[in-house]
Write a protein that binds this ligand. Structure first.
Ligand code: RNT
Ligand code: ZN
Length: 415
């Protein structure tokens, strides 16, 4: 493609009142939080337990990162192929014990994440964070909702420590840290008592959020889930639970697009949440048959979410990705998902929203439908090409050559 192609696209969009230059500038200003855990199948650096808590990675593609240095190198490789400056999303199980002294989750402190702060500072990126309530001997079915007060107390301490670590990230990096709470708690078969576990979950959260975190430094979010592997019949942390908890306690909901019934329209939830809380957080994921965390595609679900995000103001969203595919090259998985999210946002930024809303409000539904459909074949590719080329990156699949080269030189040497 050439400059002339972009010029032609710019004119075509201008005819329907869309300014492609504005869209390019807006896209460059939307950071996406890239999840560190795609790099090692949610392994972390504490133990070899692998992911537990009803989540599962499948596949055994060679080259998974085994150490902080390897994971950091892989993240760098991925970022180098994604246009724009983004954020990195960490999990508590990725603590780096620089002095070799491991501590348990309830004793984690900011100093255990110094290596990541250094990493982020050098790259001038912000960090987000997640307490890890799984892959641990005390995470046996129930954590914050456990009937055992000692188990609950342990995880409450972990939650509070994570708020402190998030504050540390926010302070050191000059950018508020999104800190997301998700617990794997649930039941394989129908429990008799659904109220008790939910009450305990509520009370545990009350204790965690009693810690007076600095709202300028960290932004807690809470993530619901319909079910997990081995947790098919009931999760105390359901959507209703978190929706109510968030509204009562002035917290933000995080919508993981893989945590609802398969046919549910997650994009439709955004405007209601926005109306009542002003901000919404996301884990963009792709459920296939179940909450299987496949790499996100540029599909209708992602595009519909991106449209809502753009229409309601990207600044009001914390956009993070959440998937972990171990069956394909993990760096390609990161790059592809991030670029797909960006493409979806760009498409949304190229929407003549005012015109469409005008048609809706004038009840010109036929015209609205026609324009919505014709827009799908407008020259998005030319604008995407321009965005990538301004960042010095290919807009097409040729970035994969770089990944394969890295695979040969670096990943396959990890034996
Ligand atoms: C699990 C949740 C949760 C995790 C990450 C690793 O179903 O989506 O967000 O995927 O925290
Ligand atoms: Zn998630």
């Amino acid at each position: 493609m050439s400059k002339a192609t972009y010029e032609a696209a710019r004119k075509q969009y201008a005819r329907i009142g869309v300014d492609t230059e504005k869209a390019l500038a807006s896209l460059a200003a939307i950071p996406i939080s890239m999840h560190c855990w795609q790099g090692d199948d949610v392994g972390g650096f504490e133990n070899d337990l692998g992911a537990s808590g009803g989540i599962q990675t499948t596949g055994n593609y060679p080259g998974k990162a085994r150490t902080p240095a390897e994971l950091m190198a892989d993240i760098d490789k991925a970022f180098s192929l994604i246009p724009g400056r983004h954020r990195l999303n960490l999990h508590a199980c990725y603590a780096v014990f620089e002095d070799g002294k491991k501590v348990d989750r309830d004793k984690l402190e900011p100093k255990h994440f110094r290596a990541w702060v250094d990493f982020a500072k050098k790259r001038r990126i912000g960090l987000d964070f997640n307490p890890t309530f799984f892959s641990h001997p005390l995470a046996d079915g129930l954590t914050l909702a456990s009937e055992d007060p000692r188990v609950r107390a342990f995880w409450i301490r972990h939650g509070i420590q994570c708020l402190k670590i998030a504050e540390y990230f926010g302070k050191e990096l000059g950018s508020p840290c999104g800190v997301n709470f998700w617990v794997p708690d649930g039941f394989k078969d129908d429990p008799t008592d659904r109220f008790g576990p939910r009450k305990r979950l509520k009370e545990s959260y009350d204790k965690i959020f009693k810690y007076r975190y600095n709202k300028k430094l960290c932004v807690p979010t809470i993530e619901s889930k319909l079910f997990g592997i081995g947790v098919e019949s009931c999760t105390p942390g359901s959507h209703e639970f978190y929706l109510c908890y968030a509204m009562k306690n002035n917290l933000l909901c995080l919508l993981d697009t893989g945590h609802f019934h398969i046919s549910e329209n997650v994009a439709d939830k955004i405007s209601s949440l926005m109306l009542f809380s002003g901000k919404v957080a996301f884990h963009v994921s792709r459920p296939v048959r179940w909450d299987s965390d496949h790499v996100i595609r540029f599909n209708d679900d992602v595009r519909a979410c991106a449209h809502e995000i753009v229409r309601l103001g990207p600044k009001n969203f914390l956009i993070a990705l959440d998937y972990f595919d171990a069956s394909i090259n993990r760096i390609a998985a990161w790059v592809l998902g991030m670029r797909n999210m960006q493409k979806a946002l760009l498409e949304a930024l190229l929407e003549p929203t005012k015109t469409l809303v005008g048609l809706q409000n004038a009840r010109q539904y036929t015209e609205q439908l026609v324009l919505q459909e014709e827009l799908k074949t407008y020259p998005l590719a030319a604008v995407w090409e321009e965005f990538c080329s301004r960042a010095g990156l290919p807009a097409d699949e040729s970035w994969m050559k770089d990944v394969l080269d890295y695979e040969q030189k670096v990943l396959l040497a990890r034996k």
